[in-house]
Write a protein that binds this ligand. Structure first.
Ligand code: 5AD
Length: 345
């Protein structure tokens, strides 16, 4: 057996996995080595997540944000961005489209909107749960425990809050005014309240080492998350990191593959960011461990305003159709209802 295949088996079977082993695997760059890592991840995906692609429709309902994250185009210092907040009616309209496509999970995402009334969101969650047979995932950032509880009691099933990086020093340097400790507190609260919790990171941040990414993967293993979004950094001109280079697709795919190998049955999206690196790398993601696609159901006129990073895929396509290119080469096409180009489960 080759040294690489032995190491992959070791990483697959050890909990906790060793940071040196992950760091070494992340450093490999030969074509044939990458192919072996991706193939191993693909087999772990097949074994633990099956053949189906999960489809989770996303509605970006507000781009207001109180934070100044150094990488994100929604940061509050970006005065050139028009801000929007969807009305309840607009959200319910998007929801009907999404549900009409047979999609069984909606992700309601926003910036950290100070004006978000927790009771307004609670009523929307309750209305969605009463009208549709659908899981509700929230992704609205760091909030108080009582708010998480309010939404959970109203029927919210899941919550996404990426840790972004587990290097607390790097975290601090990229998130002025925020606290790594509070982010961990939020993840803990969400778990205790019975949410299925998703997290994730950004690959290729300025000052991030391979060891940092390896530590992220160890954090993912220990956290037993329901979902993990592993996305490449893409520079946005109206941010502190606007002149930094984009993440390498190969490094992002390696991190994705190793996360699959280490966490086994976690849901891993082929992220929109992975589809927005110039080329659409989501098909490669789906062959290297990913099993989720997240088509966009934000109303067309608002979509370009949710500009976390530039060149975001699916800005101009009709609602929900943005998984089409990835689906075209993917392994498993399921139902296609008329007007929907996504498969669903
Ligand atoms: N590049 C890649 N991902 C980004 N995000 C924010 N800004 C960027 C960027 N420039 C990601 C963060 C956040 C998610 C909604 O978008 O990980 O959690």
């Amino acid at each position: 057996m080759s040294k690489l295949s032995e190491l992959l088996k070791k990483v697959y079977s050890h909990n906790p996995v060793r940071v040196e082993d992950l760091g070494y695997l992340l450093s490999l760059s030969k074509e044939e080595d990458l192919r072996e890592i991706f193939a191993f991840a693909d087999s772990v995906r097949r074994q633990f997540a099956g053949e189906g692609i999960l489809v989770r429709g996303i509605i970006e309902f507000s781009n207001f944000c109180r934070n100044s994250c150094f990488y994100c185009g929604l940061n509050k210092s970006n005065k050139t961005l028009s801000r929007y907040r969807l009305s309840r009616e607009e959200i319910m309209y998007s929801l009907s489209k999404l549900s009409g496509c047979g999609i069984k999970t909606v992700v309601l995402q926003s910036g950290e909107d100070d004006s978000l009334d927790p009771y307004w969101l609670k009523d929307i969650i309750a209305q969605i749960k009463s009208l549709f047979d659908i899981a509700v995932t929230l992704s609205v950032g760091e909030r108080e425990r009582y708010e998480y509880k309010l939404w959970r009691d109203a029927g919210a099933d899941r919550y996404l809050l990426k840790i972004e990086t587990t290097n607390s020093r790097l975290y601090k340097s990229l998130h002025p005014g925020m606290s790594f400790g509070n982010r961990l507190r939020c993840l803990q609260d969400l778990k205790e309240l019975g949410y299925q919790v998703g997290s994730g990171n950004i690959i290729g941040l300025r000052g991030q080492s391979l060891k940092d990414i390896a530590e992220d993967i160890i954090f993912f293993q220990a956290g037993e998350f329901d979902m993990l979004g592993i996305g490449p950094f893409i520079p946005h001109a109206k941010t502190e990191l606007g002149n930094e280079p984009s993440a390498q697709a190969a490094l992002t795919l390696k991190a994705l593959a190793l996360t699959r190998i280490v966490t086994k049955d976690t849901h891993l999206p082929a992220t929109t960011a992975l589809g927005s690196l110039g080329q659409d790398f989501r098909p490669q993601g789906l062959s290297a461990g990913a099993n989720v696609l997240m088509p966009n159901f934000t109303p067309q006129q608002y979509r370009r305003l949710y500009e976390i990073y530039p060149g975001k895929r699916c800005i101009d396509e009709p609602m929900g159709s943005c998984s089409i290119s990835a689906i075209g080469v993917a392994r498993r096409k399921k139902s296609t209802k008329s007007g929907c180009s996504t498969s669903s489960r």
